[in-house]
Design a protein. Structure first.
Length: 60
């Protein structure tokens, strides 16, 4: 959850495929729609290869 109280979700294999929701369930439904739209617009050869992810905290 971010500082505005929404859940941010993304599909790393599809460039620019992100969404959000006020609940986890809403965010998951929204990302499904975003994935469908991204798949319509992207060439299969342009799909990112997902290697992994890591969270990090930036201290200021």
């Amino acid at each position: 959850m971010d500082e505005d109280g929404v859940y941010i979700v993304s599909c790393p294999q599809l460039k620019g495929c992100h969404s959000y929701g006020e609940t986890i369930e809403e965010a998951m439904e929204n990302i499904k729609e975003a994935i469908e739209l991204c798949l319509e617009d992207q060439n299969p050869n342009d799909i990112n290869k997902f290697i992994g992810f890591r969270e990090l905290e930036v201290l200021q």
